[in-house]
Design a protein around this ligand. Structure first.
Ligand SMILES: NC(=O)c1ccc[n+]([C@@H]2O[C@H](COP(=O)([O-])OP(=O)(O)OC[C@H]3O[C@@H](n4cnc5c(N)ncnc54)[C@H](O)[C@@H]3O)[C@@H](O)[C@H]2O)c1
Length: 283
């Protein structure tokens, strides 16, 4: 199948980045959110990413302008998915919210539109249960920030067809990213391994073993992490990290139990960089 028109649902940290990389690769992109203020914030993020791309010499101002015009914001899902070849969902990391989006898509999107989720940990097979023809549902797990991160995990649900898998792989390659194919298992590959590291770093704080600065410094200098685990959690968003950790705990037991400080920070509304405070403060 030839992909030309893409819809990205949810214009937060990930959706705006996925829309940006897709438009840069030449796709027509419609972005959708549930309220105008979130849509405006998403378009601002895309504009900032474009400005950075221009400043870093990745594209000319004229090309930046063309890319921006390939992205259309809307609040109306029905008109957004008309003529779409691929929809990528990037809403909250919550099964009920995702199922609600996919059941609406099942009703209104054309039967051959591929429906992808950017979920970090949730089951693609379960999401697909609310879709009439589940063979078109797949996971496309981008990493944060999508403009810089090279990997996309292509996650196969139980019913995902070979044709959908092959089309998804070609799409990822056209974005200039590296696809890897994984079965549908909680947290797939990267988060199965990475989430325990972030959580253990937070547990060190719970136990008063070291300061946040020293915990991050230890992993950067001692294990060659590009950024410390607590900083990375702040980048991901502590609400997203906690929701992901809880999915892993439900699947694998209390070895994935979220650190107390992670739960506390989320309850206080301190979600990391996006709110200005998480494990660290941001101006
Ligand atoms: N943050 C990360 O580092 C990261 C990395 C990879 C994958 N993910 C996954 O990507 C998804 C989005 O994460 P994020 O960090 O961008 O979250 P976010 O909170 O920054 O953004 C979510 C966006 O979805 C919108 N939204 C919620 N419900 C909606 C609905 N019903 N219809 C339309 N829009 C809706 C919200 O208004 C918000 O703008 C999650 O599944 C998350 O697990 C996140």
């Amino acid at each position: 199948m030839d992909i030309q028109n893409i819809v990205v649902i949810g214009t937060g940290a990930m959706g705006s980045g996925i829309a940006y990389v897709s438009a840069v690769a030449g796709y027509n992109v419609t972005v959708l959110d549930k309220e105008q203020k979130f849509l405006d914030a998403g378009m601002d993020k895309i504009r900032r990413a474009l400005m950075q791309g221009i400043e870093r010499g990745k594209m000319s101002p004229a090309d930046g302008e063309k890319v921006f015009h390939r992205i259309k914001p809307t609040l109306d899902m029905k008109s957004a998915v008309e003529g779409a070849n691929l929809v990528i969902e990037a809403v909250f990391e919550n099964m009920d919210v995702k199922k609600d989006v996919f059941s609406k898509l099942s009703e209104i999107a054309s039967e051959d539109t591929i429906l992808a989720s950017n979920t970090s940990t949730l089951s693609i097979t379960e999401i697909a249960t609310v879709v009439k023809n589940p063979e078109r549902v797949i996971g496309l797990h981008f990493f944060n920030p999508p403009a810089a991160m090279k990997l996309v995990e292509v996650v196969l649900g139980k019913e995902t067809s070979d044709e959908v898998k092959e089309t998804a792989i070609k799409f990822v390659e056209k974005l200039g990213k590296q696809p890897i194919v994984t079965k549908d298992s909680p947290g797939f590959i990267v988060n199965r391994v990475l989430l325990p590291a972030l959580n253990e770093a937070a547990k060190l704080l719970d136990e008063g073993v070291a300061s946040p600065e020293d915990i991050d410094k230890a992993l950067v200098l001692g294990a060659n992490f590009p950024v410390g685990p607590l900083t990375l959690a702040d980048m991901v968003g502590l609400d997203v990290a906690l929701a992901s950790q809880r999915t892993m705990q439900r699947s694998f037991g209390d070895c994935y139990k979220p650190a107390d400080i992670l739960v506390k920070l989320v309850e206080e509304g301190n979600l990391g960089i996006k709110t200005g405070k998480g494990f660290f403060e941001y101006k």
